[in-house]
Design a protein around this ligand. Structure first.
Ligand SMILES: [Zn+2]
Length: 162
C-alpha cells in the first residue's frame, strides 16, 4: 500500500525536538539535530526537499525558506495536532513505530532469535514481534513503553481507541 503522506519528508528545528520524536512515532520521515545552524538546516531542507518544521518566526522570513510549517503551541502534543492540521496529513496507524525514534531510519522486522541477547528474558518470552533500527541497532517491540505511547496518541485524538 502506498501512502503519499509518508513520502513527504521533514526537518525539525532545535526548538521542536519533542515534536520531531512524536512525528517519527507516527512514521513521518523527520530529521532533527540537537544543534544546527539555521543556514545548514535550510541547506539540508533544500537538498533533500524536506519541509522545515519550526517555531522560529525569524527563520521563516529568510528568503530561501519556502516550504515550512510554523507551529505556535508550546506543548509537544498540541504541536503534533497543529502539525497534522497545517500539513493536512492523515496519520496512518499502520505506520506507528515504523521509524527509529532516535535516528529516523526505517525499522526492519527481525526474527526474535537474533535479538535474544539484546532484550530481557521476560521481554523475549512475552513478545513475538521485534523490529530493529539498521542504523543504531536499537530494538523495538510493543512493550509497556510503546503501549503508553500509543495510548497517548489515542488520548489526544490522533488514533482511535481499540
Ligand atoms: Zn536508530
Amino acid at each position: 500500500m502506498s501512502n503519499s503522506s509518508l513520502q513527504k519528508k521533514f526537518i525539525a528545528d532545535e526548538m521542536v525536538g519533542k515534536l520531531a520524536r512524536l512525528m517519527r512515532m507516527l512514521g513521518f520521515d523527520t530529521l532533527y539535530f540537537n544543534q544546527i545552524e539555521d543556514s545548514e538546516l535550510i541547506d539540508i531542507s533544500l537538498k533533500e526537499k524536506r519541509t522545515i518544521v519550526t517555531r522560529d518566526t525569524k527563520l521563516i522570513e529568510r528568503v530561501m525558506v519556502q516550504d515550512y510549517i510554523l507551529v505556535e503551541n508550546d506543548n509537544p502534543e498540541r504541536q503534533l495536532i497543529e502539525f497534522l492540521d497545517k500539513s493536512g496529513l492523515q496519520p496512518d496507524e499502520s505506520n506507528f513505530l515504523s521509524c527509529c525514534l532516535e535516528c529516523n531510519a526505517i525499522l526492519e522486522y527481525i526474527p526474535k532469535e537474533k535479538i535474544k541477547d539484546q532484550v530481557w528474558q521476560y521481554t523475549f518470552q512475552t513478545h513475538e514481534e521485534f523490529k530493529i533500527c539498521p542504523e543504531c541497532r536499537r530494538v523495538y517491540w510493543e512493550g509497556d513503553h510503546v503501549k503508553a505511547m500509543r495510548k497517548k496518541l489515542i488520548n489526544i485524538g490522533i488514533f482511535e481507541s481499540d
